[in-house]
Design a protein around this ligand. Structure first.
Ligand SMILES: *[C@@H]1O[C@H](CO)[C@@H](O)[C@H](O)[C@H]1NC(C)=O
Ligand SMILES: *[C@@H]1O[C@H](CO)[C@@H](O)[C@H](O)[C@H]1NC(C)=O
Ligand SMILES: *[C@@H]1O[C@H](CO)[C@@H](O)[C@H](O)[C@H]1NC(C)=O
Length: 212
């Protein structure tokens, strides 16, 4: 089995064990088509359908795998979410305000961290269930003012997700990339591969701390 299939199987088993329902409250169904217009990865898997689980392979699902593979949460603990950003030759037509926020859920002492969709202004996500406690640093640290995190596009530790359709399966690769302030990166051109780019959203210090 390919690495991605093993990972997805593992996640499916873990989710069943933990009783996770797999939905992201606060993410409205009617937003999905708008968002997918610009998800090259989802478009590539939809048009090739090489594996039975192709429907799970979209940019936001792969972002979680990317952060784990790159140890992004350990390297940059102040990151509370990610925002999909366009390459220089792309139009920004995906749902504005849709971000992927960090979720850490704990059951039986095991913590599982991933990123879930959340549209700004929509109800807060809470996937907690009895015996399964989830925390969202973006809400914890911005309880009083949800705008209390950086809206600027960060230019380092951007995450680039690559998915390639090769023969009968998909391979994924994840990279940290940097851009120059005010300049978008150009999309890599590789036959049979699709790309997504994510910019981290960082926690800002509380105003009290900044004054002191
Ligand atoms: C990606 O797929 C999952 C299902 O596996 C779905 O819940 C999620 O909404 C999809 N991502 C986007 C951006 O729609
Ligand atoms: C972006 O949108 C503009 C205006 O709608 C259009 O003229 C242009 O061709 C689009 N560019 C791409 C790369 O889709
Ligand atoms: C999330 O949901 C759980 C269980 O329904 C509840 O106990 C908890 O207080 C909620 N957390 C927040 C921040 O609303």
């Amino acid at each position: 089995m390919s690495q991605i299939k093993v990972t997805l199987l593992f996640l499916a088993v873990l989710n069943t064990v933990l009783g996770y329902k797999g939905n992201s409250p606060g993410f409205y169904m009617h937003d999905i088509p708008t968002y997918f217009v610009n998800d090259d990865i989802y478009n590539l898997v939809s048009s090739t359908q090489l594996t039975p689980d192709y429907g799970l392979l979209n940019s936001s699902n792969l972002l979680g795998k990317a952060t784990r593979t790159l140890n992004a949460d350990i390297l940059q603990p102040d990151i509370v979410g990610y925002q999909k950003i366009p390459y220089s030759d792309e139009n920004v037509s995906f749902k504005e305000g849709l971000i992927m926020i960090k979720e850490s859920c704990q059951a039986l002492g095991v913590v599982a961290t991933k990123y879930v969709n959340w549209a700004k202004g929509s109800p807060k996500v809470n996937n907690s269930q009895p015996g399964y406690r989830c925390e969202y640093p973006i809400f914890t640290y911005a309880e009083k003012d949800l705008h209390h995190y950086s809206e600027d596009v960060v230019t380092s530790f951007l995450i680039q997700v690559e998915l390639c359709a090769k023969e009968s399966t998909y391979t994924t690769n994840f990279f940290f990339v940097s851009s120059k302030p005010g300049r978008l990166l150009s999309k890599p051109l590789n036959e049979g591969c699709a790309y997504s780019l994510f910019a981290p959203i960082k926690r800002l210090p509380f105003p009290e701390n900044m004054e002191g």
